[in-house]
Design a protein around this ligand. Structure first.
Ligand code: CMC
Length: 392
């Protein structure tokens, strides 16, 4: 029969060309369109990074203003979508709601689902970047039993998201600039990461010609898993469960025990075998944010730092090249902002949307693109004859 390369988990297969994101896993380097993540995190802002990922170059002032205007114009969701939210149980995980609502966008926005039309592709891209924060905030408000808060377009992207999550009609709410800067940075650090599981899912879904809303919904579903985006929720819950520095050795022991399924969440990466450059920025950011907020005795941060220190000296983690990843410190910042752990992965989804869309756009624009169709090594029964039910 046919001969195939066997590569479960795609550890050594490149499935596409891409000019968007570069990772050197041995050196711990990450670049968006050639720009190092550290420089972007320090000097850029999320919407500028969105422009860069989508169009390939940093915008000039006029281009930035135009892009901001276009995104801002699309922040509201169709009013009927409010009813759609109300069909979910109150205690639904916001990721469950988001998979459904984003998938349903193709039912609400028919006029941007024809992927053969470049203008419709552009509108779909802008709509998703603009509306994902609104949808995530609505999922949160709904789970809290609070009224939905409409977007406020005078605010920047990150501030607007915080406003929609934390404003309530009965009180004044002013977004703390420390929090909005921290949120913006979290969004930049999560914006793209080349062919990770959810992005590959978006590409595979898109390769069949499915509309981009459906593809992004597939990406959100994939992101939810604890080995991927769900790790930020799982990590903070693990740190809380460890609770105090004294319990760390037991957690380390369990993580090393092959008969125990427990893993150190927020540790390890398929590509990074030196360190995750995003984790480095995130750790500094966690320190800075907690300090600026006047939180000096955060037990979770203490546990995280000590856990990192002990793990990095342990031969198991050293030999397997396991380092803290982006999810290790992000939860501490999100918790300090007032988010429940169930919102951590939705915030990752909001941030990664631009990456998914940029990768989808790159793929659709490639004339050599084909449907993604992996093969298999068949290990089942050889041909046999059907047996009637009474004879079995
Ligand atoms: N704790 C303990 N042992 C680990 C861990 C961990 N977090 N991660 C990997 N290992 C061990 C694993 O048991 C295996 O050992 P052995 O070779 O003896 O069987 C070895 O290290 C290699 O692990 P792997 O699972 O084969 O590696 P992978 O590249 O398939 O998986 C990973 C990468 C990120 C899924 C994995 O490290 C993991 O499950 N980490 C915890 C979850 C996590 O933090 N995920 C977030 C990833 S970063 C951003 C994102 O996508 O959200």
């Amino acid at each position: 029969g046919d001969v195939f390369t066997y590569d479960p988990g795609f550890t050594s297969t490149a499935a596409c060309d891409s000019a968007i994101t570069y990772i050197d896993g041995d050196k711990g380097e990450l670049q968006y369109r050639g720009y190092p993540i550290e420089q972007l995190a320090e000097q850029s802002h999320f919407l500028e990074v969105c422009y860069l990922l989508l169009y390939g170059e940093l915008p000039n002032a006029a281009q930035m203003q135009d892009f901001e205007h276009r995104v801002t114009n699309h922040t509201m969701v169709h009013e009927q979508m409010h009813y759609f939210f109300r069909g979910f149980r109150r205690d639904s995980h916001p990721m469950a709601t988001m998979v459904g609502v984003v998938g349903a966008m193709s039912a609400f926005y028919h006029d941007s689902t024809d992927i053969s039309d470049p203008w419709q592709r552009e509108v779909a891209a802008i709509r998703m970047i603009a509306k994902l924060p609104t949808i995530a905030a609505m999922a949160y408000k709904y789970s809290m039993g609070q009224p939905f808060v409409y977007p406020k377009n005078s605010l920047d992207y990150a501030s607007n998201f915080l406003h929609m999550c934390f404003a309530v009609p009965c009180a004044d709410y002013v977004v703390d600039p420390i929090l909005s800067k921290a949120m913006d940075r979290i969004m930049m650090l999560h914006a793209d990461h080349e062919q990770n599981a959810s992005t590959s899912t978006v590409r595979l879904a898109g390769s069949s010609g499915a509309n981009p809303f459906a593809c992004v919904a597939a990406g959100i579903a994939c992101l939810w898993g604890p080995a991927h985006g769900g790790a930020n929720q799982a990590c903070l819950e693990m740190l809380r469960e460890i609770g105090t520095v004294e319990n760390i050795p037991e957690a380390i022991r369990r993580a090393k025990d092959k008969n125990d399924p427990f893993r150190l969440m927020g540790f390890g990466h398929r590509v990074y075998k030196n360190f995750d450059p995003r984790a480095k920025v995130m750790k500094e950011s966690a320190d800075e944010v907690l300090d600026l907020l006047g939180i000096h005795d955060n037990e979770t941060l203490k546990v995280a730092k000590e856990l990192e220190r002990i793990a990095l000296e342990d031969t198991y983690f050293v030999e397997k090249k396991l380092y803290p990843n982006v999810d290790f410190y992000s939860g501490i910042i999100l918790e300090a902002m007032g988010f429940p752990t169930s919102m951590f992965t939705p915030i990752f989804a909001v941030s990664r949307t631009v990456g998914w869309i940029s990768q989808w756009k790159e793929m659709i624009g490639d004339p050599t693109q084909k449907i993604g169709r992996p093969r298999q090594l068949y290990i089942g029964q050889t041909a046999r004859d059907y047996v009637a039910v009474n004879d079995r």
